[in-house]
Ligand binder design. Structure first.
Ligand SMILES: [Fe+2]
Length: 256
């Protein structure tokens, strides 16, 4: 069977990935409702001015290339990578938190065994990356990257440090609200999602051009996690729920 796949498909198979759907099972994915995803052009977010397309978009139907995608075997995933507080010799500084939730499809069904990757700043708002020259201190015990697979019921769970707010160069005195970057593959290339999770009650949210790229308030607020006692651990860490919907009417917005 492997010999039938060439190019990208062949690469996926050689890496232990496989196709989930076939030509005989080719449902398209529902498109997002107007306003529920970020506008390509949102002038307060200055980078969107150069990035946004200048011509009308071309409608592309979902074909085999969009409704199939890689499936990630658990053997490819480091089971310890979901705990960002245990990647070095010591404990990182800051407030330990649990971030957990479910990944769902457009019909509310759980998406099992899908890869979730996260990256974030440390408690001082500094990324462990050469491009980040913010003068907040680095933490030798915190890299800020992790990954995991959802379980059979679509659940995932990370242990990490609450990220700090940080300044950026979008405009004078611009500060990003605390956030964690998420990347998900889902069952197909059309369900690929890169987004950011925010924290409830953050006073910077009304001023953040990236958060406010999505016009629909309900859709925008799906990016805000909720404090959840089910995930909170006694005398150890607060828990935040962040459920993610990969497509359809209630899809989680992309980051712009
Ligand atoms: Fe960020």
């Amino acid at each position: 069977m492997r010999g039938q796949f060439v190019g990208l498909e062949g690469t996926l198979h050689r890496r232990g990935l496989r196709k989930r759907r076939t030509m005989a099972n080719l449902p398209g994915y529902r498109r997002p409702y107007p306003g529920t995803q970020p506008n390509h052009l949102h002038p307060p977010y200055v980078s969107s001015i150069k990035r946004s397309p200048s011509l009308p978009l071309v409608y592309l139907p979902h074909t085999l290339s969009e409704v199939t995608g890689p499936v990630f075997d658990s053997s490819l995933v480091d089971p310890k990578a979901c705990d960002l507080t245990r990647q070095h010799h010591g404990e990182p500084l800051g407030e330990r938190i649990i971030v957990s939730g479910r990944v769902l499809d457009e019909n509310g069904r759980p998406v099992p065994e899908t890869l979730i990757e996260v990256w974030q700043a440390n408690a001082a708002g500094r990324y462990f990356h050469k491009v980040d020259q913010h003068n907040g201190p680095l933490d030798p015990n915190f890299t800020g990257c992790g990954h995991t697979l959802t379980d059979a019921n679509g659940h995932y769970r990370f242990i990490t440090i609450r990220p700090g707010e940080y300044p950026w160069k979008n405009h004078y005195n611009a500060w990003r609200p605390a956030h964690i970057h998420f990347s998900l593959f889902g069952p197909a290339f059309a369900t690929r999602l890169v987004t950011q999770m925010y924290f409830p009650g953050d006073p910077l949210l009304p001023y953040d051009p990236i958060f406010n790229c999505t016009a629909d308030e309900k859709a925008r607020n799906r990016l805000i996690s909720t404090l959840d006692w089910e995930f909170t651990m006694h005398e150890h860490a607060l828990g935040y729920r962040f459920d993610i919907i990969l497509s359809g009417r209630h899809a989680t917005p992309w980051e712009k």
